[in-house]
Design a protein around this ligand. Sequence first.
Ligand SMILES: Nc1nc2c(ncn2[C@@H]2O[C@H](COP(=O)(O)OP(=O)(O)OP(=O)(O)O)[C@@H](O)[C@H]2O)c(=O)[nH]1
Ligand SMILES: [Mg+2]
Length: 206
Amino acid sequence: MSTNVWDILDASFVAGAQGAAHLPPEYGLEVAFAGRSNVGKSSLMNALMSRRNLVRTSSTPGCTRQISFFSARARDGAELCMVDLPGYGYAKRSKGERDAWAELIEHYLLHRASLRAVVVLVDARRGVEEEEAQLLEFLKTREEPRPATLLVATKLDKLPKSQRRAALDRFGSGKRVLGVSAVEHEGIDEVWRALRRVTGLAGERR
Ligand SMILES: Nc1nc2c(ncn2[C@@H]2O[C@H](COP(=O)(O)OP(=O)(O)OP(=O)(O)O)[C@@H](O)[C@H]2O)c(=O)[nH]1
Ligand SMILES: [Mg+2]
């Protein structure tokens, strides 16, 4: 196996926040993982951190009930804070309709200064739908400096190999899409490379 500077040497849970008052202090670079419930956010984070069960995953949608912060340190010393967001709808709603949850996530996405990138996950079999389009639009409402957005198609293994390329090309938002499978450990290095690029962390394959 080749040695990558982004091989993860340490990964650990830092904090969980169920309200804005519980967000951990800002330090370093943060990357958040967003997308509807069950899309594979926690699984992708585990794959990126080379840990099987650091981030809790579940076949029951809506399992992640807080914003969870993890710290990962790579072989070259680069550190990144990875943030697991609960899945939810990003539609513009009245204050009354919006629950405490949505408020917490929106607050985090709009105001967290250390947030450098938001990885938006979409099931490879579905493509970008209303909810993801709304999230991408919502992120554009943030004042500069705005976090980069990265579109990732998950569960690529659920599609026959012959259909994968076409499915990614069909995503259609005009943004580049990275395809991954947490199960087959497919596309994980490419996500790392993109994360390092958008966060400004140097590091190429040695
Ligand atoms: N086949 C396949 N299944 C996957 C993949 N990634 C995740 N899953 C499965 O999809 C289910 C949901 O995965 P999670 O990673 O918990 O999804 P999540 O987006 O964190 O879900 P919430 O925390 O509920 O928002 C689990 O049963 C995973 O095993 C993948 O790449 N391929
Ligand atoms: Mg989760």
